[in-house]
Each structure stands twice: as C-alpha cells, then as structure tokens.
Design a protein. Structure first.
Length: 364
C-alpha cells in the first residue's frame, strides 16, 4: 500500500462545528484505510491581522497555509516517498498548486466541504463589509487553485458539483455526502433520557452561530412562531444572542450551548431546519437522523439529502408551509426514536459508510 499525506486544519479532540467534525471523521477514516502508511500535517489557523497577513491571504495563505507548512509538506513527500496527498478543504488550494509544481508525480485529492465562494458570498450579503469582501476574494482565489491543480475533486453533493462546474468550469469527480461519528447512546438507552425542565411537547432547532443558522432561527421566530402553538427550543453555542428577540414569547426557549445533545433530541417531537442559504450539506440534518428524528426543513437544509428527503422529513418552502406542517404534526404521534429514520443514517451518513466510500475513491 502506498503512503498518503493528509493536509488538514488542526483537528480538535471534541469538535463541534460541522466542518471540524467532518475533518476529524475524514482523518479517522483515512487512518483505518491506510494505517501506518498515513502521514498527517495539521495546519494551525490564526486570524488575519495586518496588511502583510491580508496580502498573504490573497496568495492563498489562509486557514493555516503558509510557506513553512508547504515546505514541510514537500519535505515529507520527498523523504517518505509519498504518492498521494489528501487535501481536506478547498480553501487550501495553495497547497495543491505548490505540490503540483514541486512534486509533480504525487496525486492530489481535494475534499470540498462547501463551494467556499458561495458560502462566503452568502456571508457578505448577510453582513456587508470590506473584511467580508476580502475573505470572499481570498477564498475564491484559493478554491480556484484547488479545482485547477487537484487530480481528484470530491464534493458533498450534486448541487455543489454543479456549482463548481458553473463557477470554475469543472465538476466534482466524486460525491461523498456528509457523514458523522455515531454519538447516539446504545439501543437500550435510546429515548430513555429526558429533559426535566421541558416535560411539555416541543420542536427542536440545533445549530452553531454561523450566519445561516442565525438568519434561519431569527426568520422562524418572526414568521412562524406566532402562528404555532407547540413550544420551540433553540440549542447551539452562540445562539444566546437570539434571547432578546423572543423574551416576550412563552412559546420559545433559547438554551444556547449544552454538554449533551442526546436528551434534547430524544425528548423533542421533531427537529426543524429553517435554513435558506449556505453551501455544502447541513450537519444537523444528518445529526437528527442519527438520533432517530425526522426534520421539517427548508429546501436548502435538504440539499445533498435529496435521495432520502421524503423518508427523512418534510420540505417547507414558505412560512405558510412551515406553519401548516408544524400545526398538523403537533397532533401526530411521533416515536422518541424512529428506527427507520436511524436506518437512513446508518446506510448513507455513518462512519462505516464514509470509510468505505473514501476507500473506493482513493483506490490507485
């Protein structure tokens, strides 16, 4: 078996963000596939500061990419006789560009967590600023290099592949959907936990504080909550900022960050995902399936999940759709843990599925 170099962002022991979780999963999959033949180069990302840092970002020095890191990658390839490089993130395009020139015999596979230019364009529209424009530009330039200099391009969804073709002139070579490490309790414990403070029936929104989640939750609070009777619970580190906007309503509770998501999922009636912008795939949809919960979500939330959407939940395009669907489902019996929904996760989005998929993609 040939040697492989993984170039990735610094991996946390207990990641919480969607990309961070998938980076760790990819590394763990590669470890099981390649064993001692896998070499890992983690990039220590730091915030941009100063003119030189900003100018370097336009060159591709973002998310921990710099001349020292690239030099180390080249040295490892040469000293260890590495034949394959797995670049985990399309915004690390300067790595692919330099290796293409300095180590032309190595095969480069780049994993696209998003179409970054679309993701950051959405952020620019939600929070216009010169900094947001600079971040968008830097990511576009880096991502363009990933498309150009990678031998294999892996995208999360057909939608992302089509966007790559439209923007950069090349579609993905492989589709590898979002996958998660199973954090659901064992079968005997599933659904046995409860949240004492919320014995009443509730629907659940879970997400980090990035712009699409904030916009979606705020939209839901304004346009849907006044017209439904079931309680809405919002969980996610950084989403505490939404508390002020819903203090006057007894039908919504913003919890913020929690240590253990399992009891909140199991005690919920179902999960909501009013996400209307973004790229890639929404981690929390796969997470809901992992906990055996169906999802009421916007079309964007189900991007990448099209093959299972009808069995995984309900797609709502407008506030009226959300209101009617939620009011109807409030009085519908829902299992605390839906085995059929969980089976969708096991088949399409589990660690074992991801490992087998990457093994096929990375065959010589």
């Amino acid at each position: 078996m040939g040697k492989v170099l993984l170039v990735t962002k610094k991996i946390e022991n207990r990641p919480t963000g969607g990309r961070e979780m998938l980076c760790k999963l990819n590394r763990d999959c590669l470890r099981e596939i390649f064993g001692e033949h896998l070499h890992v180069l983690e990039l220590d990302s730091r915030p941009l500061s100063g003119v030189r840092s900003v100018l370097g970002a336009f060159r591709g020095y973002i998310d921990g990419v710099n001349s020292a890191a690239i030099t180390e990658a080249v040295q490892r390839i040469r000293s260890q006789q590495i034949g394959l490089v797995f670049v985990d993130g399309s915004n690390l395009g300067e790595v692919a560009a330099t290796l293409h020139k300095q180590a032309p015999s190595v095969k480069i596979t780049t994993f696209f967590h998003n179409v970054e230019v679309c993701f950051f364009f959405g952020y620019l529209k939600s929070s216009p600023s010169l900094r947001a424009l600079a971040v968008l530009t830097a990511n576009y330039l880096a991502e363009r290099k990933s498309v150009r200099f990678s031998d294999r391009v892996v995208a999360l969804s057909r939608r992302d592949s089509d966007l790559l073709l439209r923007i950069y002139g090349r579609s993905a070579d492989y589709i590898a959907p979002m996958s998660l490490v199973d954090e659901s309790p064992q079968t005997t414990d599933r659904g046995s936990n409860s949240v004492p403070a919320f014995k009443e029936k509730y629907i659940l929104f879970v997400g980090g504080a990035f712009y699409a989640n904030r916009l979606g939750a705020a939209w839901f609070i304004k346009h849907v909550v006044p017209h439904i009777s079931i309680k809405t619970v919002i969980i996610g580190k950084g989403l505490e900022v939404l508390r002020e906007s819903c203090q006057s309503s007894s039908k919504i509770e913003v919890i913020g960050g929690v240590e253990d998501l399992a009891p909140w999922y199991f005690s919920s009636h179902f999960v909501i995902a009013p996400i209307f912008v973004g790229s890639g795939m929404k981690t929390k949809v796969a997470e809901a399936l992992m906990f055996g919960k169906k999802v009421v979500g916007a079309p964007e939330a189900f991007c990448g999940y099209e093959d299972v959407a009808e069995r995984a939940g309900w797609i709502c395009k407008t506030a009226k759709d959300f209101i009617e669907t939620i009011n109807r489902l409030e009085h519908t019996a829902m299992p605390r843990f839906d085995e059929e929904v969980r089976a969708l996760f096991d088949k399409h989005y589990s660690f074992d599925t991801a490992r087998a998929r990457l093994a096929r993609i990375l065959q010589p």
